[in-house]
Design a protein around this ligand. Sequence first.
Ligand code: MN
Length: 175
Amino acid sequence: MGGTIGVDSTLGEGSRFWIALPQALGPDLSGGRGLRGAALAEPAGRAGEAPFHVLCIEDNPANLKLVEKVLELRRRTRLLAAPTPELGLALAQAHRPDLILLDINLPGMSGYEVRKRLRADPRLAAVPVVAITASAMPADVRRVRAAGFDGYLAKPLDIARFLDLLDWHLSAGTV
Ligand code: MN
């Protein structure tokens, strides 16, 4: 178990980070968790729409794989995956993503600290950040809101709710 992370660098072109995960960790998207057909269907897109980059900072490989699978349902999205806060901050600075999904419970640095650092960077302060929380008790939700997150997703991820949130952010950038 466990994935492989790497970085390819090309002189003058910057770096490309990549992550490989074992196939066995792939989630089952065939249904059975109350997934609604309406949520799965991709809203009508517009020709020539720019790619929508989603940075997911999440140390749980299975959850990261699930996010990857869900993003595959929206062709405009491009996933940037970071299993550590440090890589997440580096990818955010290098790519200025359109949306960040940020796990609260990360190794070495909490999601709250990562949120603070993102906000402190003038280029990244306006990028929407959605918390991924292990607990969605009212006190946790209040803390997430108070920390300046633009929403939250509780674990285990509800795919329909995730797609709703994703579609909202996808359309918010085009109106
Ligand atoms: Mn975690």
